[in-house]
Design a protein around this ligand. Sequence first.
Ligand code: MN
Length: 203
Amino acid sequence: MTFERVKLSFEFNALEPHIDSKTMELHSEKHHQGYTDKLNAAVEDTEWADYSISELLGTLDDLPDDIQTTVRNNGGGFANHNLYFSTLSPIGGGEPAGELMEAIEDSFDSFEEFKDEFSKAAADQFGSGWAFLAIDEEGELYISPKPNQDSPLMDSHIPILGIDVWEHAYYLKYQNKRADYIEAFWNVIDWEKVEEIYQKAQA
Ligand code: MN
């Protein structure tokens, strides 16, 4: 099996002015493709070639040393960007609805509280990394900050939304102003898609 990255369902410039065209192009076509290619090269012709990405990242410790770091970094990068790019939309923004909204209110009291906590986790991540909204083994939502390309899948948890705070995700437009990128991110979240991932994870 060959891992294939999620392709954008819209034009590179469709998220402007929130995320610029050049960043979207480089981020998906170069960075994400790079993680995907390196993941495929690492597991090709091994007994792990047929594992799902969740299985691979959930059992990293079982991998031999010579491919473990490569799978951690590039398998993480593959999975994280699949989530990121599939939950962005030109008609995104607003708030979630239905059961996802109820679960957010259960865990964070209100959508505003969640938004503040998620934004803070993204801003406070030192250097490269991510902030995720994830589901733990009890089925509860929580915020999971991660360095580099680590993923909640490595804790056998399920990420349903993630913001990439590597500089390659925002530097062309926002330079050092990560907080402005984080604020803009809220305008392009496809909450219907996040709800769909949430529902699938509950099943
Ligand atoms: Mn990235």
